[in-house]
Structure formats: C-alpha cells, structure tokens
Design a protein around this ligand. Structure first.
Ligand code: CTP
Ligand code: ZN
Length: 156
C-alpha cells in the first residue's frame, strides 16, 4: 500500500489522464505539446506500465495546473480509446469522463495517401470519418483510403 501511494502521488490541481493503453504515454505527451523543448512549462508526471486489472498494463499522465482543450481530448481518444480524463481541483477529482470520438474528425489527422487532395497545396482541412472506435478505424472523406494503424504518426 505504501508503495502504491508513492507511485500515484496526488496532485493539487490539473488533469490526470488515466487508463492509457500501455505504451501510449509518450504519444499523449506529444499531443499535449509536452517535450524537452517546452522547458519551464507545467509539472508533468508520467507513469508507464502500471499494473491494471482491466488493461494488463496501463500508462498514466498527470499534468499539473492545466485543463485540456476539446481538440486535445479528441486526439487522445484516437490513440488511447477508453482513457479517463480526471480534472483535479484542490486535490479532489472534480470531473471524470471517458474520452469519446466524434463521428467526423476535422483537421486533426492527415490522410496517408500522398496523392490525396487533402495533402495538396489546396487549403483543405483533412476530414476523417470514424468507422470504428475500438480499435479505431478511420476513412478519409476525400479519397476513401482507410487509416487503421500508426494513427499517432498522422496526427497534425
Ligand atoms: N489523482 C491524482 N491526484 C488527486 C486525485 C486523483 O493524481 N488529487 C489520480 C489518481 O491517482 C487516479 C486518478 O487521478 O490515477 C483518478 O482518481 P480516482 O477517481 O480517485 O481513482 P479511481 O477511483 O481509481 O479511478 P477510476 O475509477 O477511474 O479507475
Ligand atoms: Zn485522403
């Protein structure tokens, strides 16, 4: 129990992204724009490969003093379906919800087809239809090409 408390030290204010499938924490950091170049930004804790009854192994990301934008939550839903967003205020979980994907994602993921009009110099925002949520299956609204793997590589 003491060890468990150490691993999950509570935060005062901020967002805890819990139940991230094991191995996806670094992609979540990328989505949040957290990298070594962000320097003196928010305090961020990353737990990787925590034992989880539901997921086997899960990752957890805690970002202090920050609440997420809806666009960031959509991106997290793409690579970590089932993740829980916990908004912590004054040490209490004030809000908790499971990420969910809209039926259409605009301007978040680019098409993997280099010849797709959404990848041309035209001012077109890529649009992806969400065909399946678990596991995520997308389809480009312009060229119909499916996108089902390595979605993190195509995030804008
Ligand atoms: N948490 C935190 N700091 C706080 C409160 C909670 O870091 N002040 C973290 C917990 O460690 C946990 C997550 O936020 O990873 C959700 O907290 P809580 O709802 O208390 O935990 P559970 O009931 O286990 O969550 P769930 O039912 O979603 O699994
Ligand atoms: Zn396309």
């Amino acid at each position: 129990m003491a060890e468990k408390e150490l691993k999950v030290r509570p935060i005062r204010n901020g967002t805890v992204i819990d139940h991230i499938p094991g191995g996806q924490a670094l992609n979540v950091l990328k989505i949040l724009g957290i990298s070594r170049t962000t320097g003196a930004g928010a305090t961020v804790s990353v737990l990787m490969n925590v034992d989880s009854p539901k997921l086997g192994k899960k990752d957890i990301v805690k970002v202090e003093d920050r609440e997420l934008l809806s666009e960031e939550v959509d991106k997290i839903a793409l690579i970590a379906p089932g993740a829980t967003i916990n908004i912590v205020r004054d040490f209490e979980v004030a809000e908790k919800y499971v990420v969910d994907l809209p039926d259409l994602i605009v301007g978040v993921v680019r098409c993997q087809n280099p010849n797709c009009i959404s990848n041309s110099s035209e001012p077109i925002r890529p649009q992806m239809q969400v065909r399946e949520k678990r596991p995520v299956q997308l389809r480009c609204m312009y060229c119909d090409l499916p996108l089902t793997e390595r979605i993190a590589d195509f995030l804008i």
